[in-house]
Write a protein that binds this ligand. Structure first.
Ligand code: ASN
Length: 597
């Protein structure tokens, strides 16, 4: 099947959706579904007469022969392909240390590209795929050439609005078909992150490190360690253990649903690197219409020559014409600041300081912002905002820190804690139960206090339950809202496989269900398959509230149970039996309420 007309072997968007189930029909193993979008790059290249080039329709078959990337025995024993209606392009990893099975499906872009040939049109294509398959998979891996991976990662980070799932770009320096290569480890690590953790960012995984996608730049053409994130530590490392730096993870802090902003990419943007002797004419030429925005790569902390009035005049004239000019440093590390007179002069010419953004992030941010609706003044403001964690914002005002917390201080005293790392460990251990208790009691002040101490309100307790699970059980809409605005994820699964949405359904909190749905929560395909019998039982008992809860969660109330009967048939059957006037009336009420709904 073709999806969007640009794919080779693509899944149909109506294909039965994937499952992530504790048990998953095969014992006590949780299964996660990951979509791998293969765009090309060295990872899947083979030598051709003209040099290395990507080869289509080859990757899935080759990976099936690599035991660390495909467990054929498991697939057979559990009837994986017939059970989940899968095709040849789906593989399954051996069981992970976290006791998970990651089932991944490879979808190829056609044609596959050396990433030097990537354009904003391909970014839009990838965006379309993420949009189509967002609810069907738990996470996404994008295979991409390394040369422009930082640009694509940055662009996607802006295009993915209100992201709630993990997206990981990866690739390799040596083709995966060669004996010694970095492709296998990079693919494996990416799949493990995308399938096992909710890190709601566009990330880039390379050489054992998971980075924020809009913070990286390619720094080495020869080493396996090809990327650097000069101004932000990595989000996670996968060495002996997988260690996630949860405090660094960027969260959308929103109650809005995931959406892709189709750029119809505004390509009238560019990068202009200042160099000694650059002329006003060169700058003037570069800034001609139709250019709408440029990233000016300046020296050091944002400096450019201020002894050349003609050059400054060209910059000023351009900003007055409405060209947005963003100032970024040519240095690998550091930020533009207003330390030098030469930097301040640029500000006077209307140039906007770009903080510590990489040129890749700044360019794609400009393109994104310019393609959004709004006035020029609004766009200039938007460019200054930290939209996806792409720049470091110096906190305004003083924050309450761990050491200011009486409570933590007391605990520290008793535990003989002396260093800040130990204090942080205590805080991290205590945050989940305290935050869950605060969510249970509807204590918003306690939640805020925990946040102020640096506590992560998305952290899980020993059962994998988050404050959002608890608040969803309690039906406390205000707390649910606060948690969502603080970046809590609606996709968290507890040890029993339950999401906050399932909890809210169980306790029939209709308003919470609606809010979670608005934020992008949805039932997995397996949950949707299993729900028929539950619906029939609710219908049989005339449980209006229960049926309504499932309905609001997106369930079709005509869904059949294991014996093929539907809730409506149950209602009808019970009515015909007339077993009690009361039940009859309440069943009719169910039907009426649901129809109204
Ligand atoms: N030229 C290749 C690409 O970017 C480089 C690589 O992937 N290592 O597609």
């Amino acid at each position: 099947a073709q999806a969007g007309g640009f794919l080779g072997r693509a899944l149909s968007s109506t294909e039965p959706a994937p499952a992530l189930e504790i048990g998953g029909g095969c014992g006590a193993v949780a299964e996660a579904r990951v979509l791998v979008i293969n765009t090309g790059g060295t990872i899947g290249m083979v030598p051709q007469p003209e040099g290395l080039a990507p080869e289509a329709n080859m990757l899935a078959g080759a990976l099936k022969k690599i035991p660390i990337l495909h467990d054929a025995a498991y697939a057979e024993e559990t009837n994986l392909y017939s059970r989940l209606h899968l095709g040849d392009d789906t593989l399954v990893l051996p069981i992970s240390r976290q006791n998970k099975r990651i089932i991944y499906t490879i979808l190829e872009l056609s044609p596959l590209l050396d990433s030097s040939n990537m354009t904003p049109a391909e970014w839009d294509k990838i965006g379309s795929l993420l949009e189509i398959y967002y609810e069907k998979y738990d996470g996404f891996v994008i295979l991409h050439g390394t040369d422009t991976m930082a640009y694509t990662a940055s662009a996607l980070s802006f295009m993915c609005e209100n992201l709630g799932k993990t997206i990981v770009l990866t690739g390799s320096q040596v083709p995966i078909y060669e004996l010694r290569n970095d492709g296998r480890a990079n693919l494996l690590g990416s799949l493990l992150f995308a399938g096992q953790f909710v890190i709601p960012e566009v990330c880039l995984y390379f050489h054992n490190k998971l980075y924020r996608g809009n913070r990286v730049t390619k720094v080495d053409a020869e080493s396996f360690n090809a990327f650097s994130s000069p101004n932000l530590p990595s989000l996670a490392t996968a060495e002996v253990d997988i260690i996630i730096n949860w405090e660094t993870v960027w969260r959308a802090n929103t109650t809005k649903k995931f959406a892709i902003h189709k750029m119809n990419f505004d390509q009238h943007v560019g990068l202009l690197r200042i160099f000694p002797g650059i002329t006003a004419e060169a700058v003037k030429g570069f800034l001609q219409s139709p250019i709408k925005g440029i990233v000016l790569e300046t020296y050091g902390s944002g400096n450019a020559p201020n002894n050349c009035p003609a050059l400054l005049e060209e910059l000023q004239k351009a900003t007055e014409r409405g060209v947005v000019i963003l100032n970024c440093t040519q240095c690998l590390r550091g930020s533009v600041s207003l330390v030098y007179e030469t930097g301040k002069t640029l500000m006077d010419a209307g140039v906007i300081p770009g903080g510590d953004m990489t040129p890749e992030a700044a360019l794609t941010k400009l393109a994104y912002v310019l393609s959004k609706p709004g006035t020029l003044a609004e766009k200039r403001e938007m460019v200054k905002e930290n939209l996806r964690g792409e720049m470091t914002v110096v906190p305004i005002g003083t924050q309450i820190t761990l050491k200011d917390s009486k409570f933590i201080q007391e605990i520290a005293k008793y535990l003989f804690i002396s260093c800040k790392e130990e204090l942080a460990a205590v805080r991290d251990a205590l945050t989940p139960p305290l935050a869950c208790a605060a969510a249970k009691n509807g204590d918003i002040d306690a939640l805020k206090a925990l946040q102020n101490m640096g506590g992560n309100l998305s952290s899980e307790d020993y059962d994998g339950r988050t404050p959002l699970h608890v608040a969803s059980c309690e039906g406390n809409l205000e707390i649910v809202k606060h948690l969502l605005k603080s970046g809590a994820t609606v996709y968290a699964k507890d040890r029993f496989g339950a999401t906050p949405l399932l909890n809210a359904i169980k306790f029939r909190h209709h308003d919470v269900i609606c809010l979670l749905r608005t934020t992008g929560a949805h039932l997995s395909s397996q949950e949707l398959v299993n729900v028929g019998t539950e619906l029939c039982s609710l219908a049989f008992n005339g449980d209006v509230e229960g049926l309504l809860a499932w309905h609001l969660a997106g369930v079709d109330l005509n869904h059949p149970g294991y014996d093929g009967s539907t809730p409506y048939a149950m209602i009808l059957g019970a009515s015909l039996r007339q077993d009690g006037e009361e039940r009859h009336t309440s069943l009719q009420a169910t039907q009426i309420t649901i129809e109204e709904c």
